[in-house]
Ligand binder design. Structure first.
Ligand code: M6R
Length: 612
């Protein structure tokens, strides 16, 4: 995925674009570029980060009150200066930035080449801008109309912004499958992939819907239509985001800030939902579909990456507490597997960004087959949230670090609330256990706070593993997905190979890997098959493996055998994953920092994967 920004108005565009690109850098960071108007539309682009682009622009004439900018995560064509966006038309009069993929670009390219077009880059985006130019010349029409007509010829996903020499009082934008937000100021417009570059200037925004194209002009205002040419009225919304939420606030990295924010983010997730006064749970979206859920044959959870791990914890919660049959699917596998989906199925999509392409496609498939489609999302107004029949926002606040931390614990919190809500409706747990879990859930933010206060201790442990080559993570029951998530976190930011396993599976293969160089993180909390996991630790120690154990406060047995012990507060078993996950986040964070890795922007990764 990529990040796009744009500006038209009375201010200088360059600083707004650069700041916006820095905010969107989590979406892609292999190259960046801007287009400004300096008598002519000029493209400035550079392989590398936004900082490299800034350096490149030093000394250039960057005065312009209109501009578009892009930070890239390569799909078509390697990351280099030429493939970086913006791309221009053959006669260099039109510039475009694009997030998404034009799937039929090769056939369009061939047809354009026959008509004399020459291409500089390997990208699908350059083909689109040439197509716009071709149509504009052939039809002798406006840029707005040419963009609309061109989009009728392309197959794929896009969020685009287009400017041209011909009329520097307009930016044309369009969206299908990739997000695009327009901020409305006083005689100015801001364009971005998400609201973070906009919030500082205005709170009035319009989220473009699928297949919409707009012309933003200072003279004529906001013109909106569908690509089929149906004129629409823009729906202006108020942004709820605050500027502080998207800044580092004194932390070295967004990831650390987001780990530390978890007492607050979990509190925000349960606020207004967990009503301790009358021991009830209020979740409007889920409640309105609770009959469908209760009558469903099964719930199919679809997600990717960390959200998939939250989904696995959801499976344990929903089965254990609400006795509902649950299947958890990688969205990318589910959508291509010709899955059996019945009308009585409830599909629950989980996504931080709400833009993950595979999850979106799997949801569409489930909708086509008539299933009820619910969603748990963090980003308000995201594509997944809007595609769902109903759902729940996690309210974790903007998550900027590529490695998901606070969004994960918020997802697990929401899944706990949903499971408890359904369990009570179905009377599958006793009233006293229900109330106990509710009280304990309300106390979780305090317990997370106590985990975070172990930061320095975990940092010390991390020092011992900076040079590790491999890691194993073991957990059982509710803690098996925690082991998977711990391993993913470590590998994605420190580039150390790590695998998560159900503890009991160790002896079916991974045990062969264990020697004196192999660190093994074992989640061995009191209530989760404790004795059996202790035996696994013994087996590891018998082969000289190095054990880092996550245990319940006051544990003495594991302390005697493990090399390092991190204690978590005592908590009911279904709530263990939230607490056990925190030290694993910190462990991976510190190991990665000590290895000199860029934890907020790990190599090859993007925050949300909006391409297949
Ligand atoms: O935005 P989503 O939750 O749909 O994203 C899913 C995965 O791409 C994401 O969780 C990814 O695995 C993260 N890098 C994990 O930290």
């Amino acid at each position: 995925m990529c990040g796009i920004v744009g500006y038209i108005g009375h201010r200088q565009a360059y600083p707004i674009l650069i700041k916006g690109l820095q905010r969107l850098e989590y979406r892609g960071y292999d190259s960046a570029g801007i287009a400004l108007f300096d008598g002519n539309i000029m493209n400035y682009k550079q392989k590398g980060k936004v900082a490299d682009l800034e350096q490149f622009c030093e000394g250039k004439n960057i005065k312009s009150t209109i501009g578009i900018g892009h930070t890239r995560w390569a799909t078509h064509g390697v990351p280099n200066d030429v493939n970086a966006h913006p791309h221009h038309s053959q006669d260099k009069s039109i510039s475009i930035i694009h997030n998404g993929i034009i799937e039929n670009y090769e056939s369009i390219k061939k047809a354009l080449q026959k008509r004399g077009h020459q291409f500089e880059s390997e990208t699908d985006t350059e083909v689109l801008v040439h197509l716009i130019e071709e149509i504009q010349k052939k039809e002798n029409t406006s840029l707005f109309e040419s963009v609309r007509l061109a989009l009728n010829e392309v197959v794929g996903a896009y969020a685009i912004a287009v400017i041209s020499n011909e009329n520097i009082d307009e930016v044309i934008v369009a969206k299908k499958g990739s997000p695009l937000v327009v901020g409305i100021g006083e005689n100015e417009f801001f364009i971005a992939s998400d609201a973070t570059p906009i919030v500082e200037y205005t709170k009035e925004v319009v989220y473009l819907e699928e297949g919409e194209v707009a012309r933003l002009s200072i003279k004529d205002g906001f013109e909106l239509k569908t690509i089929e040419n149906v004129i629409l009225t823009p729906y202006v919304q108020e942004l709820e985001m605050s500027l502080e939420a998207i800044e580092k606030g004194g932390y070295e990295h967004f990831m650390l800030k987001e780990i530390f924010e978890q007492p607050k983010s979990i509190t925000d997730t349960i606020r207004g939902r967990l009503l301790s006064s009358n021991a009830s749970i209020k979740m409007q979206g889920i409640d309105s579909y609770s009959d469908n859920i209760l009558q469903a044959d099964r719930i199919i959870i679809i997600a990717c990456g960390t959200s998939w791990h939250a989904g696995l914890i959801g499976e344990y919660l929903l089965e254990d507490l609400a006795r509902i049959n649950v299947e958890v699917e990688y969205a990318s596998e589910f959508r291509y597997r010709n899955p059996i989906i019945r009308e009585k199925d409830v599909v629950l999509a989980i996504s931080q960004s709400g833009e993950t392409a595979d999850t979106l496609a799997a949801m569409r498939l489930a909708k086509e087959k008539g299933a009820t489609v619910l969603a748990i999302c963090n980003v308000v107004g995201s594509s997944i949230a809007r595609l769902s029949d109903a759902g729940a926002y996690t309210h974790a606040g903007p998550e900027i670090g590529v490695a998901s931390t606070k969004a994960f614990t918020a997802q697990v919190t929401i899944l706990t609330l949903i499971s408890l809500l359904l369990a009570r409706k179905k009377s599958t747990i006793s009233e006293s256990y229900y109330r106990q879990l509710l009280i304990e859930l309300e106390m979780i933010p305090k317990k997370v706070e106590s985990m975070i206060s172990m930061n320095d201790y975990v940092e010390d442990i991390s020092k011992k593993f900076v040079d590790a080559q491999n890691f194993l993570y073991l957990g059982r029951g509710y803690n098996f997905p925690v082991a998977l998530e711990g391993a993913l976190k470590l590998k994605e930011i420190s580039y150390i190979h790590a695998e998560g396993y159900p503890a009991a599976e160790m002896k079916h293969g991974p045990i062969a890997l264990i020697d004196e160089n192999m660190p093994i993180v074992v989640i061995a909390t009191k209530k989760g098959h404790y004795e059996k996991v202790v035996s696994n630790i013994q087996e590891v120690k018998a082969r000289n493996g190095i054990v880092i154990a996550i245990v319940t406060y006051g544990d003495t047995t594991v302390k005697e055998i493990a090399d390092y012990v991190i204690e978590i507060p005592e908590v009911a078993e279904p709530l263990t994953p939230i607490l056990a996950n925190i030290p694993l986040q910190l462990l991976s964070y510190y190991i990665a920092v000590m290895r000199g890795c860029n934890v907020d922007q790990p190599r090859n990764l993007a925050k949300s994967v909006t391409v297949e």
